[in-house]
Ligand binder design. Structure first.
Ligand code: ZN
Length: 153
């Protein structure tokens, strides 16, 4: 990767890490789950408000952890709002693939996945993959009605 691009990616991660969006507990959340990444010490709670049409009306989180886990949660809550449950799950699947696959898949057809590309650098650091995907695992658990998600399963 070009150094300039890498710096840009780091800036986005640091920005979201320092000033996470949707860092709050909504009053009307009807799905929530706690996510733990014991390897790094990341711990967060994801709150979702899903309406009767299965659309995520609100997404927020609280917790603490490293910059990557916070940035990933922050970006996720921005991206999944307005999506259906199905679309959110599909994004999780693609994001996970992006973080773990060695192959350079082309995700440029999807602007949400393109935004998440800034986190794909974790691919080179398997321990960091868990930081980047923790919020998504937790969102997935919340949608499935599970109370807890851990990266150690
Ligand atoms: Zn972490």
């Amino acid at each position: 990767m070009l150094d300039e691009l890498r710096n840009l990616y780091q800036e986005v991660i640091l920005d979201h890490g320092k000033d996470p969006r949707n860092f709050r507990k909504p009053d009307n959340a009807n799905c929530e789950a706690t996510g733990l990444n014991p390897l790094c010490g990341d711990r967060l709670v994801v709150y979702l408000s899903v309406d009767e049409s299965n659309i995520v009306q609100d997404a927020a989180f609280l917790g603490n952890g490293c910059a990557i886990s916070m940035a990933s949660a922050s970006m996720m809550t921005e991206i999944i709002r307005g999506k259906t449950k199905f679309e959110a799950e599909e994004l999780f699947r693609r994001f996970h693939e992006m973080c773990t696959s060695d192959e350079k898949a082309d995700f440029s057809d999807d602007e949400d996945i393109e935004r998440l590309m800034v986190l794909s650098g974790v691919r080179q650091f398997p321990v960091r993959v868990k930081c980047a995907t923790l919020a998504w695992h937790t969102m997935d658990a919340a949608l499935k009605g599970e109370e807890e998600a851990t990266t150690e399963r």
